[in-house]
Design a protein around this ligand. Sequence first.
Ligand code: ZN
Length: 146
Amino acid sequence: MTATGHAIIGTVIAAKVGNPALAVPLAIVSHVAADLFPHWDEGTNGKKSKERIIVEAVFDVLIGFAISYLIIFVLFPKTNLSYAFLIILISQSLDWLTAPYYFWGLKPFKIFYKFQKMFDNRMPAPWGIINQIAILALIVILAKIF
Ligand SMILES: [Zn+2]
């Protein structure tokens, strides 16, 4: 999923699960679950240059933080911001750990790339984006209701 997708899921976990002993493992597992869902991300279209993917990924990360902040501000204002930020980073962590190999070929990080390849379920745009927005909106709405 996009960094934004993982951030939104991390935000919901932080808002709903106050106990880090539960939220941290949940955030890690959520990354795998989110990537199993058919989705588009910056690397889905294989024709882009590495530089372009990096630029898009940086925007993705920043947009993810901004949307997460908005979700907390509007829907879950009691959530501690530092706690939410931590859970967001943990939700994204597999991608942070994959990036050094994916972008710069740093071998020690290849294991994370290989691990993610096992469950990463790609779907091209536009459906891989529409799909993602729909499931994320549903998760946020359900988290607000229950
Ligand atoms: Zn991933």
